[in-house]
Design a protein. Sequence first.
Length: 453
Amino acid sequence: MTTLFARQALLPDGWARNVRVEIGADGRICAVTKGAAPLRQALDFLLPAPANLHSHAFQRAMAGLTEARGPDPRDSFWTWRRLMFRFLDRLRPEDVQAIAAFVQMQMLEAGYACNVEFHYLHHQPGGAPYDDLAEMAARIAAAAEQTGIGLTLLPVLYQQGGCDGRALGPGQVRFGNDPDRFARLVEASRAALAGLPADTGLGVAPHSLRAVTPEGLAGAQTLSEGPIHMHLSEQVAEVDEVQAAFGARPVRWLLDNAPVDPRWCLIHCTQMEPEETTALASTGAVAGLCPITESSLGDGIFDGVRWLGAGGAFGVGSDSNIRIALTEELRTLEYSQRLRDRSRAALATPARSTGRVLFEGAANGGAQAAVRDSGAIAQGCWADLLALDGGAVDLVGRQGDTVLDAWIFAGDDRAVAEVWSAGRHVVRGGRHRAHAAITAAYLRTLERLRDAL
């Protein structure tokens, strides 16, 4: 049994003082007591730690290397994508493991407790499978074993180069599977995860309407009882391609042809019409938002005001991992709404401040997207917890919702002092327990890859 005491804690029914949280040996919260007697070691602010609901771990090693303008007079997502394809052909399994461990460590130090990995780098350069079909999935699992992060792995189905069924290009062949081999990959990935703790999860991710056939999309949904994630309506060119091929925009086609429900998480959704926004929100699916990456790639602005007004669920992820920063994802989401609408406190409600809406939305939506019993400090939930340092200059003297507002809009992730993932105390004093070793391995990998771009 582990017992924590917090001077202030954010519980499902709001803020409470002098809260004792008891964590069982199984990593779940077994009791929460308000108004408890203080313990010698006290945490200042205790929060549920969100899941990072969308990550491509290997892209972290590209961070900062794609900011020069290329030969295209108007650089875009598509020019960045070509650079990414060129980079990934250099990656070996041991590189992916070292990069994934570094990404997961940074997630934990930022305050995330779970990594939902949208995993599509499956095969060798040239597209031939490894002897173990789940070699790369096993590398993600090995990284999670080292870091202690909660892991929900989403093997990605990637069948074609576009809606017209064209073959995968040279940069895509490492992703490709037909439905039969993908089914075997999912089962092999399940076996690769078998040695991880009980909070580990497995789902599937049909990559996008461009990259899977309608039959592939239908078949993928039957392979796991876990979450179903998919990129949807991210780019104008994608919307145009889907509409030309299927006679409908991506959101409308998906709603008319798939049983979208709370198991689903649709990533980005930055190119939705108002009717599409409200219709998709009503399904209970999670909008998987990655504001830093969406800003980096010029994707567009998610219609967050309309989505939340329609009761939609959302969470955040670090996607390309160009910068892993929980507070910055939340702040960028809110500021994008303000810039578009020339407003302030765009997502706040009369009862909850902007920071509270953002943070609770990310905690609840991330848990739903991971199909993980987390997102709240409550009996029976996994003990996914983060503690903020009350001595951080922006948090001194703060109480209630202003703690979250000050942390997200004035402070940053350096205020994260402690993190537990399913009861595993992985960050102490703001630093991961294996920070030095993981960082050293990552730097060795970068040295080998330095000429890849």
